[in-house]
Each structure stands twice: as C-alpha cells, then as structure tokens.
Design a protein around this ligand. Structure first.
Ligand SMILES: CC(C)(COP(=O)(O)OP(=O)(O)OC[C@H]1O[C@@H](n2cnc3c(N)ncnc32)[C@H](O)[C@@H]1OP(=O)(O)O)[C@@H](O)C(=O)NCCC(=O)NCCS
Length: 194
C-alpha cells in the first residue's frame, strides 16, 4: 500500500489505508453520497462527530479502514472490523461503500480482495457482512463474492429514516472466499499480500 488499480472502464485509482488526516476528504465523500446509499448504514455518516468517534476505534487495533482515491478524492471506503471479544476473535465484519459514479466498475471486488488480504494478516477465519433487506446491490455483491450462508433477523434494525428493517447476516469462511474471488482475478499469491 498504496496500490494503483485499474477499473473496468480504464479509470486508475489508488487504494491505501485511511489516515486520521483524511477526515475532511472522508466527510466530503460521505456527504456526497445519495440518501438512498446512506439510508441503510448503521450510523449517520454525515455527522462529523459520529464519524470521528468511529475512526477513534482504529486506535485500538481492531478496526482497519481502506480507502480508494481518484486523484485526491475519496471514492470508496471499506472496513475490516475485528471482534475484541474472545468468543468471536476468529471473526471479522466487512463493510464497504462505493461512490455512485464509480459503482459497477469492479471497485467493490477490488476493495473486498484487499480486505481479504488484511483478514489473512489478522488470522481471521470467518467473515460476515451485515445488510438491511432492501440493500439489493450489496446482497448481489455478497452473493457474487461467494457468501452463501444467510440468516435473517426480521424487523431487527432501524434505517436512517427510522423505519424497521430485516437484518441479513451473510457469513463465509475466508479459505472458501479466497478461491471464489480468484475466479475473477485469477490466481493470487495470498502469502504476498502487501
Ligand atoms: C454494494 C456496492 C459496495 C457494490 O460496489 P461496486 O463497486 O458497484 O461493485 P462491483 O462493480 O465490484 O460489482 C460486482 C458485482 O456485484 C453485483 N452488483 C453490484 N452492484 C449491483 C447492483 N446495483 N445491482 C445488482 N447487482 C449488483 C453484480 O453481480 C456485480 O457484477 P457485474 O457488474 O459483473 O454484474 C455498492 O453498490 C455500494 O456502495 N452500495 C451502497 C452502499 C452499500 O449498500 N454498501 C454495502 C453495505 S455492507
């Protein structure tokens, strides 16, 4: 890291770890998202204080965040959130959001591949993705990534509009997901993850 990648339309982007000094660019990214893409997020990402509190959690070493940049502009943000509780120490949650103009160009897959690299470095065995039922793009994306194990908790979470939604938890074993993603990228030397 940083790593330069090419999207399916030829656009060059850079992926690197999020740094505390990226906060202004990150807020610009979040505030530029359409409400529909923010609606099902678990926090109000347009609230700087809330975002700052969330970023503070990185200092404990359990939360890791990657961003994609087009020039100086953040165009995607992703997170690997490890559990600090012993009974879930082998698990991590993956989170991802891509700016509208850069969606459907393979950036989501690239970011997930990088999160897998990070997962391997952190000895994660099981990864989960949490979604609200109406998040169709995210659901299809997770299916394409090879997350087949799905549990639904009906009316369990509230969206940013205050409406109750079903929570969908998708789970995968990292060793299986690595094989799945290689179908798109070709063989990857996972030992060599930067
Ligand atoms: C879900 C999301 C991260 C996908 O990112 P992306 O960069 O557009 O995804 P990719 O280009 O890598 O797409 C890979 C595959 O996912 C599926 N997919 C992605 N977006 C989709 C959509 N809008 N509708 C249906 N399938 C979709 C497709 O199978 C796609 O492959 P294809 O384009 O060859 O058909 C993006 O749509 C997003 O940020 N959405 C809003 C926020 C969100 O829901 N985040 C997830 C919370 S964990």
């Amino acid at each position: 890291m940083p790593k330069t990648e090419t999207l399916s339309d030829g656009t060059q982007i850079v992926i690197r770890e999020l740094l505390p000094q990226d906060i202004d660019s990150l807020m610009k990214f979040f505030c530029g998202l359409p409400f529909e893409d923010r609606r099902y997020l678990r926090i109000d990402v347009t609230n700087r204080k809330t975002v700052e509190q969330r970023l503070k959690l990185m200092e404990f070493g359990y939360h890791h965040r990657l961003i994609a940049l087009h020039g100086d502009e953040i165009i995607a943000e992703s997170a690997l959130e490890l559990s600090f509780e012993e009974w879930r120490r082998h698990q991590a949650e993956l989170r991802l959001i891509v700016a509208r103009p850069f969606q459907r160009k393979g950036l989501g897959m690239i970011m997930m591949r990088e999160l897998y690299c990070l997962s391997l470095r952190k000895n994660v065995e099981t990864v989960v993705v949490w979604l609200m039922k109406p998040q169709e793009a995210a659901y299809n994306h997770a299916c394409k990534m090879g997350f087949h194990d799905r549990t639904v908790l009906p009316s369990y979470v509230r969206d940013q509009d205050g409406k109750m939604q079903d929570l969908v938890i998708m789970k995968g074993q990292i060793k299986d997901l690595l094989k799945e993603i290689e179908k798109f990228f070709g063989e990857i030397n996972w030992q060599d993850c930067p």
